[in-house]
Design a protein around this ligand. Structure first.
Ligand SMILES: [Zn+2]
Length: 162
């Protein structure tokens, strides 16, 4: 199972939750789950290709209930298995009440201090210098070879061959 999370919701939490729902399906190893924001007021909360290769989950930016996501995953997992709506209308299980909480957000990275920021920028400058220096060296080597070739032809011309 591969997860690509393009939202501000906690990836670790989502991975655990999704895996718990999908682990018993034979497609669990190959499925790629992409988590995106739901756009506008479209009702779609999920999408899945038959055969269990891809699944898309759409979360509300302002907050999304764990319960709702679980039922979406279960719904889409059945599509992944190749089932259509008519075939699984009665198969939805009740989702326990205690998961009515909202999906947690990604833990925030602490802002770097002014001192750390200076350090980071210094590292960045060093990296750029190193990069430019190695490019310069490469160009100097190329030039050296070209000068050598030039000398060769100048010499030939001197002998009247060219
Ligand atoms: Zn459906």
């Amino acid at each position: 199972m591969k997860i690509e999370n393009k939202t501000h919701y906690d990836t670790k939490f989502l991975r655990k939750l999704i895996y718990a729902e999908l682990k018993d399906f034979e497609f669990v190893d190959r499925i790629r789950v992409t988590i995106l924001y739901r756009r506008g007021n479209r009702a779609t909360t999920g999408m899945a290709g038959f055969g269990g290769r891809n699944m898309w989950l759409y979360l509300d930016k302002a907050g999304h209930k764990i319960n709702d996501l679980i039922s979406t995953i279960r719904h889409e997992a059945l599509h992944s298995q190749g089932l259509g709506h008519k075939e699984f209308a009665q198969m939805h299980e009740e989702i326990p009440e205690q998961t009515a909480n909202e999906i947690p957000l990604k833990p925030r990275k602490p802002k770097p201090t002014a001192e750390q920021l200076v350090g980071l920028r210094y590292e960045n400058v060093l990296k750029k210098i190193k990069d430019k220096e190695s490019r310069l060296k490469r160009i100097q080597n190329q030039l050296k070879k070209l000068y050598k070739r030039k000398r060769y032809y100048v010499k030939k011309k001197g002998k009247g061959i060219i």
